[in-house]
Write a protein that binds this ligand. Sequence first.
Ligand SMILES: *Cc1c(COP(=O)(O)O)cnc(C)c1O
Length: 348
Amino acid sequence: MEIDLRSDTVTRPSPAMREAMASALVGDDVYGDDPTVNSLEERVAELFGKEAALFTPTGSLANQLGIRTLVKPGEELLAETQSHIVRAELGAAAVFSGITTRTWPADRGILIAAEPMHVAHPNAGPYLVSTTAIAVENTHNFGGGSIQPLSEIRELRKQSQAVGIAMHLDGARIWNAHVESGVALADYGREFDTVSVCLSKGLGAPIGSLLLSTKARIGEARIWRKRYGAGMRQVGILAAAGHYALDHNIPLLKTDHARAKKMAEIIYKVAPSAINPTTVETNIVGLNLAAFSITAAELSAHCKESGILIGALGPKFARLVTHLDLTDEGIEIAANHIGAELQRTFVA
Ligand SMILES: *Cc1c(COP(=O)(O)O)cnc(C)c1O
């Protein structure tokens, strides 16, 4: 059996989740008639203390619909240099919404409120681009699953709000941040104008994300979702997977986090420069291969021969992600194997 550590999106719906999907009440969601979609939207909005929510097929779409309600064409969104919105959504903000982006770099993607505020230029007048929103990613994917400190989020909210800049949360893995930090979802939600969350990552649903905001913004986003071609019909069968995930899978994320830490510790023992286990906060382990003669692509290819799948996200950056479909035994096998590869190729 393969041990797939490429992403937490690779999980397959469990038999119980499939049963919930099969028995879901459905209707035409474009007409607002799907009761399972409606109840999921209400449920998730309430969890984050928001007025309304919109079910989307992907987190990218939820992000893009959110930021387009905050930033007008020709205005600017600030995001961290390694953020999903600027690196992994294929320029959607520019292509679909005429939004320009500027970035600020942060160590492991961790927010320090003063840094985006230093870059921000609100109400810039007729000559310079005006900043109208700031995006925060929590947990930070390419930052190695790091959790954003609530104190810095609050400080950024205070400073940005004072100058009329809105905030968007890319909360694809906000569930991971929540179970690990103990911060209530509503306490995260409160600090943002728009929030995106994914059910298809660690929560194990086959598809599904939501955008959360005010009734007015969600109404606007609903129109744009249809305009983009993502008005969906009897998708209560998908929303039912989301309900199932929320009912059962949030506490299980703790196991993913413990397993990621365990992998990091095993690898650290034989290849300490690749990973500092104390930086592994949630379910992502980013390996720095700078001190090894092997590239991330080569490491990934070698692992694949042994049935271990890992992500090569940069020439010298590999990513291991834990999720529901792994076992303790698989984690140990994979970590020992990767550790041995790194030990063998250590150069400096
Ligand atoms: C996965 C992810 C998304 C959304 O991805 P989709 O594949 O479009 O669902 C957004 N932000 C972050 C940080 C992610 O990891």
